[in-house]
Design a protein around this ligand. Structure first.
Ligand SMILES: Cc1cc2nc3c(=O)[nH]c(=O)nc-3n(C[C@H](O)[C@H](O)[C@H](O)COP(=O)(O)OP(=O)(O)OC[C@H]3O[C@@H](n4cnc5c(N)ncnc54)[C@H](O)[C@@H]3O)c2cc1C
Length: 408
């Protein structure tokens, strides 16, 4: 049966004017997704990180989708990036997590905050996949409230820094070779700074790969330890003491990426359910002819459509802001909008995946079904890069004003 939501080059062309470069990009995204489906399925069943994700994404030259052309990337505008991530989302959130962390939390953050030398040094390699990024903010004692993190740094006579601490639940943590790490000056609770840390540096170790997760098996999640890891002064990202704005701007991009991926998840759920309910017979007819199954399908489509236009609109707004970086009002609006997009799309994707599992019946409870992974994986989209509750507080405070920020 032909898929309804294939998000092919032609589908994308119906939505936006595609340049020749966009077309070529979508063709490569399409080819990569076709190759990713089988290893993703196999690794999911084994509950292992899918080591083919980096290989296939790199092979199709898709590591640098949003990186500027002058650094060797595709220079894709946010809407094109969102559409590409939407297509990856059809394969699953394991792929999205790898790509979003490398591209939105990593590459775009260096592009926005790095100096010319850092961009030359790291973005050119990030575009080819020779540099893979991770984003290490969360710690055992600091999640929703990153200002309470315990990692520290001290400055040496030669201007370099020694960074120490523990970073928890870090996606790409054991496969990245460059990590954006956040720490406070030793003995202080102000002056958080972002560092570009090399995973080969002495004192850096992957304490463990966290494989006891409830889902998202094909994504690498690790616990990291930094024991006086030396970071040269050239590898401070942004100004010393300005780590929190760096962390938050990364999340603005990251949330839009997760929201885009969630669209793809919903599309795959609908495609899979359509196939299942037209082939599975109970009570003498395909289950798709039972009206209550049709209600599930209607809800799934409504979830997708109500999220999709929101996500596209936010991506367009992000593009406008990218051309007006000094406009702080615009920044606040895009930040709010990307939180809304992630909040709405991740919940919609979770509910859609739940409905898809229901339509699959008992087989839906097996990880061998094509939709079960979406239910297990989308649960984390409501937690990482800001929980539902933190998104709610953030959105409400934009209505009530800064005096009402609940977690100040
Ligand atoms: C699979 C996975 C991958 C991840 N990848 C990364 C990564 O790559 N990099 C990284 O830095 N982090 C990563 N994280 C961490 C993630 O961002 C955090 O788990 C998340 O921000 C929540 O923090 P926490 O787990 O400490 O929960 P807590 O902050 O302890 O929150 C627990 C509960 O309390 C609620 N809560 C907290 N404060 C408030 C408040 N003020 N008002 C109302 N409710 C509140 C939360 O919403 C939540 O429901 C990942 C997490 C997972 C599970």
């Amino acid at each position: 049966m032909e898929k309804m939501f294939a998000r092919s080059v032609e589908d994308a062309a119906k939505l936006i004017d595609l340049t020749e470069d966009d077309r070529k990009l979508f063709e490569r995204v399409e080819a990569a997704c076709d190759e990713l489906v089988l290893p993703e399925f196999e690794k999911y069943v084994e509950r292992k990180f899918d080591d083919q994700i980096p290989v296939i994404i790199k092979k199709h030259r898709l590591m640098g989708i949003p990186i500027a052309k002058k650094y060797g990337g595709e220079g894709a505008r946010p809407l094109v990036h969102a559409l590409a991530l939407e297509r990856f989302g059809q394969v699953g959130l394991g792929v999205i997590t790898y790509v979003d962390v490398h591209q939105a939390l990593g590459s775009l953050t260096v592009q926005e905050w790095g100096n010319d030398e850092q961009k030359q040094r790291y973005l050119t390699k990030a575009a080819t996949g020779d540099v893979v990024f991770a984003y290490a903010l969360t710690e055992p004692e600091a999640g929703s409230d990153p200002s309470s993190l315990k990692s520290t740094f001290k400055k040496e006579h030669d201007g370099s820094y020694l960074v120490s601490g523990s970073k928890y639940l870090i996606s790409n943590g054991s496969v990245a070779n460059k990590l954006i790490v956040f720490a406070y000056p030793e003995g202080q609770t102000k002056g958080m700074t972002a560092f570009l840390v090399d995973s080969n540096a002495s004192g850096f170790s992957v304490e463990m790969r966290m494989e006891e997760k409830m889902g998202l098996f094909t994504s690498d999640t690790s616990l990291l330890t930094l024991d006086e890891v030396r970071v040269p002064k050239e590898d401070v990202l942004g100004e010393e003491g300005r780590g929190l704005p760096v962390a938050y701007s990364a999340l603005l991009n990251g949330r839009l990426g997760i929201a885009s991926g969630c669209l793809g998840v919903m599309e795959d759920c609908i495609n899979q359910v359509r196939e299942r309910v037209t082939s599975r017979t109970q009570f003498g007819k395909p289950i798709g002819k039972h009206q209550l199954i049709q209600r599930h399908l209607a809800t799934m489509v409504a979830n997708l459509e109500s999220s999709r236009w929101l996500v596209y609109q936010v991506a367009v707004k992000k593009g406008e802001y990218d051309n007006n970086r000094s406009n702080l009002e615009m920044r606040t609006e895009v930040d709010r909008a990307s939180a809304v997009a992630k909040y709405v799309a991740s919940r919609a994707a979770y509910n859609t995946a739940d409905a898809a599992v229901q339509c699959f019946g008992g087989f839906g409870y097996s990880i061998l079904s094509p939709v079960t992974k979406h239910l297990l994986d989308t649960r984390v989209a409501r937690i990482y890069e800001g929980t539902d509750e933190i998104m709610e507080l953030k959105i409400a405070s934009t209505v009530l004003g800064r005096d009402y920020e609940a977690y100040k």
